[in-house]
Design a binder for this molecule. Sequence first.
Ligand code: NAP
Length: 313
Amino acid sequence: MEINNILFTGRLIKELGSLLDSSEALKGKSLRFIPENAVSMEDLEWADAYVAFQPTENFHFGNIKWIHSLGAGVDRYMALGKWPEDVLLTRTITSFGQKIGEYTLSYMLKDLQHHDTFDGQQRRGEWKMVAPRGLNEVKVVIFGTGEIGQEVARILAYFGVKVYGVSRSGVKKSHFRQVMPLEELDDTCLRDADYIINTLPLTAETERLFDADFFEKLNQAVFINVGRGGTVDHDALLAAMDSDSVKAAVLDVFEEEPLPVGSPLWSKPGVTITPHISAITTPKEAVACFLETLECVESGRKIRNAVDPGRGY
Ligand code: NAP
């Protein structure tokens, strides 16, 4: 596929512009870096490639042959509706798994080492022993055994965590003791879990997957969501925290971002909210993945980060 006119939009355009300015790989191509709200119909007609985190509000495919998502998730592109057969969709794959591995590990250790308890005791001048629990004593179930899930599993398994995985296919992956297809996930596996980590993409199948039925199978587990907010029924999560099937929740992603001021999640004891920072795309990483993908697109080499629009991820 030959690419000549590339339209970049979204919050990274300034940095991408300066990093790509002198790129040999882009010699002879025309580039436009335009803020999302200023992209015109003419820009979309002009472009044969579109590079951004999401489609603009006025998005239409025009002459676009290739869309490259600057994020790993493509749910906002999938929400455009039926995907045109002749448009290639690729996504950014970079150090997200390592970052999310560190994010989850930090909250697990905070819990296992009783940081909140000791902070409270120190404020009260109280000396009371509470034994920390070891990482090798706990069981984690990771939903999604893809790029991110596998890396999180690698990091946690290194510290002795018993790691189980859930995916669509159930294909065995390294670092997981067992990988189960969603429909074969049994209640005992969930009842024994100390932590549930969600790394699933948002698709028609995963929307509201974590609902009241799911949460009631848990037994004092901590629920960590780094996938997408739309996979969770948050009312059901709050109810599950009241009934003690969920001990705490660490939430990095929400259906509406920023999380609205009036959301009950903000003030719920036991809920930790972070502003979608568990794996931020850096400009350098974005450029490296974009250029590698462009090379594959133009040379016909295998594209490892192509999205299957039929599956939605
Ligand atoms: P990926 O490599 O495509 O992996 C997706 C995994 O989800 C696969 O294991 C897949 O199963 C599984 N899956 C998909 N649909 C399923 C279903 N219906 N039931 C059970 N399992 C299902 O994706 P990734 O790179 O790991 O990224 C995953 C998601 O993380 C992204 O889509 C994005 O939403 C989120 N993300 C968040 C952040 C953040 O900052 N919080 C950053 C990056 C990404 P198979 O293996 O059987 O295909």
